[in-house]
Every structure is written in structure tokens, then in C-alpha cells.
Design a protein around this ligand. Structure first.
Ligand code: DGL
Length: 282
């Protein structure tokens, strides 16, 4: 297939992208399920958080990241960021892939998350906690209605949460104030909610805090496992793409901020420090 962009042809790692560290919560589940593949993780830490940025800016930043990962040999890129999945995925798939290389694939994480809720909620009332960008995009209610028209969805933007996690301030009493406030506001919107989706990849680090603020019996769901299983299914069904994913069990980490900072902070998400390289997307 002829490509307009000059991209490496041969097999390469699976690309995983997030605005910052949050995507590591998705990467760790993918790696646990499929340790045999090579991965290339990119965190745009210098420009995080994305959650309050406009549609155009999130799209532009995400497009740059995808292009970087393609140039490093990835044929498949996972947007391990709800904000990027909500605001940039469709444009990238429809406008950019045909120009960059129609044979490469970019997948988001909202659809696999939504697929996982159908059997969890009994009351058929679901709440979504996410960044302002994800909530405003209405991506969760739209996807949920497509798959499960009987489920009622309420959303609440949590503008402070990703920044608190990025800054390692998320387990402080100050952070508790914001977490409690936003959880209570969500439940007040619909007291029948029995399932809360943590719709931002930074939020698993707040899982225990969120659980402490919801009534017992309310499920709080993170995304990593659902995304990892969905990716495994995808690779099983798309053998052409799977054949282009190398299997050396190695991961390279790239960040747009200081490499040392990424190395230290990543251990909060992965339980171990990792070696990272700093790159520029502009
Ligand atoms: N972790 C990202 C998400 O899942 C974005 C957080 C942010 O950069 O605001 O939405």
C-alpha cells in the first residue's frame, strides 16, 4: 500500500499513549495479560493535563503523538487516555490515518470500558467520573446508549483529579476534599447509581478513596483489565495487525518532560522505576 508519510515498514512495538502517567495503569494490565509483545509508551507529561484543553488542542497534541509512535515503528496505537479517545480518536481514524498510512490502526479505550459494564450494573443506572473534556464530549453516554439503551447515565467532571495524581498529591486531606465533593455530586444526580466508572486513566490511583466515599454495594470500575482483554481479542481477530507486532517482551518509555522525573513518578503506577527517554513532539 502506498503511504504519503515515510514510515518504517517492518514490524514494531504496540504504541500506548497518554497525556501523562495515567496510561501506565492501562499499560500494566496489558503487559500482565500479554507480556510477550514489545511496547512503546509515550506520556506527554510536559503538556498534561489534557482534561481541560479544547477539542482542537487535544486533537492536535494526540495527532502529534500518534505520528511519533508510527515513526518509531508502531502499527497499532492505543490511546490509553479517555480525553484523547473522546476528543481525537474519530478525527485521527477518519482524517489522518488515510494520509499517514491507512493500514495502521489507532484504538481508544472508551468502547471496551463501556462493553464491560452491561453485566455489572443491576439497577441499570451508571455514573461516570472523568475529566471535563471527556464529560463534555458526551462520549460515555453516547457509547453506553448504543450498546445498552436501557442504561441511564449520569456524569460528573472532576477537574482537579488528574492534576492531583500527576503531582502526587492525591492521597492528602486536600485531595480528599475534591474527591468526596465530586463523588457526592455524582451520586446526588442519580441516587439509583450502582456502578461508577472511573473514566480517566489517572483515577485508579484514587480507587480506594472513591470507594470510601460511595455507599457499600456501589461498584467502582477501573478500565485496565477490560482494555487489556479487548486488545487481546482484537489481536486474535486481526491477524494482519498482530503479525506486525514484535514479540521481544521489551518496553521503551518516552516522555515529553524530564526523563528522571518520569522514572521516579512511574514507580507510583508500576511499583518499580523505569528508564525513560525525553523526546519532543513539536
Ligand atoms: N488520563 C487521561 C484520561 O484518561 C487524561 C487526564 C488529563 O490529562 O487531564 O482522560
Amino acid at each position: 500500500m502506498s503511504t504519503i508519510m515515510q514510515l518504517p515498514d517492518g514490524p514494531g512495538p504496540i504504541g500506548i499513549f497518554d497525556s501523562g502517567y495515567g496510561g501506565l495503569t492501562i499499560y500494566s494490565e496489558i503487559k500482565k495479560l500479554m507480556p510477550e509483545y514489545d511496547y512503546l509508551y509515550l506520556g506527554d507529561n510536559a503538556r498534561a493535563p489534557y482534561g481541560t484543553r479544547s477539542f482542537d488542542v487535544v486533537y492536535e497534541f494526540t495527532r502529534q503523538a500518534v505520528e511519533f509512535l508510527f515513526r518509531r515503528g508502531c502499527h497499532l496505537v492505543i490511546l490509553a487516555c479517555n480525553t484523547a479517545s473522546a476528543k481525537a480518536l474519530r478525527n485521527i481514524q477518519q482524517l489522518d490515518l488515510p494520509i499517514m498510512d491507512p493500514s495502521r490502526r489507532v484504538l481508544g479505550i472508551i468502547r471496551p470500558t463501556v462493553e464491560s459494564i452491561g453485566s455489572v450494573t443491576k439497577s441499570r443506572h451508571v455514573g461516570v467520573l472523568a475529566t471535563e473534556g471527556t464529560i463534555k464530549s458526551m462520549s460515555y453516554p453516547l457509547e453506553i446508549k448504543k450498546l445498552f439503551p436501557d442504561i441511564e447515565v449520569a456524569g460528573k467532571a472532576c477537574p482537579m483529579w488528574a492534576s492531583l495524581v500527576e503531582a502526587d498529591e492525591h492521597l492528602t486531606p486536600g485531595a480528599d476534599y475534591f474527591v468526596r465533593r465530586d463523588v457526592e455530586a455524582l451520586l446526588a444526580r442519580d441516587p439509583l447509581i450502582d456502578t461508577v466508572i472511573l473514566g480517566c486513566t489517572h483515577y485508579p490511583l484514587l480507587l480506594e478513596r472513591v470507594r470510601s466515599f460511595v455507599p457499600s454495594g456501589v461498584n467502582v470500575l477501573t478500565q485496565g483489565e477490560a482494555v487489556a482483554h479487548s486488545l487481546r481479542d482484537y489481536l486474535t481477530r486481526h491477524t494482519d495487525i498482530e503479525a506486525l507486532c514484535t514479540k521481544g517482551g521489551e518496553t521503551l518509555f518516552y516522555t515529553t518532560e524530564a526523563a528522571d522525573k518520569f522514572r521516579q513518578q512511574a514507580s507510583r503506577f508500576l511499583g518499580r522505576p523505569v528508564r525513560a527517554s525525553r523526546i519532543s513532539l513539536v
